[in-house]
Design a binder for this molecule. Structure first.
Ligand SMILES: [Fe+2]
Length: 248
């Protein structure tokens, strides 16, 4: 069984269409979306319609939550984008759909969340920046991954694996190319990366395929100038357009 994962589309339709085309070429059995389909970008309704139609599981991200319940905890820039997004999504049917989404999904030995197992909506799984942070990850995997061994997350907009032996980053470029990793029965956080607003230094949308044993990361190119133009044309903050050029 092949499952494709996407996350953090952030209303970037050009990126989503490029990712969906790449996914469909590889013929997964299903597609799972880990939330933040809206927010920041210029085409929230169009992106929601695609994930609703094509994904077997769609989670609520903190941006969907903010559209429904307010964005008090957001930065001023993100609040501006949420206010704009909420105006675009005011149709009752769309809001009903968003409010029907759940924050986590459990399946056999797998967990799907937007944030982390501690707070499925808001908490970030991050790469460790100190030995203590890495020990914290090991303790989490050993003590809190109970009844499941792999948790797929979005929210941080970065593609990597967090395992008991270290953080593992896919390399999709240059002479060393390593994008497929065996997990098997090991415990791991699998961070999917972002379709519509990557922040790991690579501007290309990220998605991954899981076959029950291995994960394989993919990056695809898309016409980012199209999305940049729409962001600026909508009057959304310029920074949201500019960051798409660099993936940060
Ligand atoms: Fe996000």
């Amino acid at each position: 069984m092949k499952t494709a994962f996407i996350s953090d589309v952030h209303a970037n339709l050009a990126a989503l269409e490029a990712v969906m085309a790449d996914i469909e070429r590889r013929q997964p059995d299903e597609i799972i979306c880990l939330g933040d389909t809206v927010g920041y970008g210029p085409q929230p309704a169009e992106c929601l319609a695609i994930v609703r139609d094509r994904c077997s599981v769609v989670l609520m991200g903190n941006h969907e939550h903010a559209v429904l319940y307010g964005a008090e905890q957001f930065t001023p820039l993100a609040q501006t984008a949420i206010d704009w997004t909420a105006r675009m999504l005011r149709r009752r049917e769309t809001l009903d759909y968003i409010s029907s989404l759940s924050c986590e999904h459990n399946r056999e030995n797998l967990r799907f969340v937007h944030g982390s197992i501690r707070n499925p909506l808001l908490d970030y799984v991050r790469e460790a920046d100190s030995p203590w942070a890495f020990l914290h990850l090991i303790r989490t995997l050993q003590e809190e991954f109970v009844g499941f061994n792999i948790c797929f997350v979005g929210h941080n907009h970065r593609a990597f694996l967090g395992t008991e032996v270290g953080y593992i980053f896919p390399h999709d470029g240059g002479q060393i190319r390593k994008t497929r990793f065996h997990i098997g029965r090991e415990k791991a956080y699998v961070s999917v990366g972002s379709v519509g607003q990557p922040r790991d230094g690579d501007w290309r949308p990220s998605w991954l395929m899981f076959d029950g044993e291995d994960v394989e990361y993919h990056r695809v190119e898309y016409d980012r100038e199209k999305t940049i133009e729409l962001i600026l044309g909508a009057g959304l903050p310029e920074f949201l357009a500019e960051r798409l050029r660099y993936g940060n």
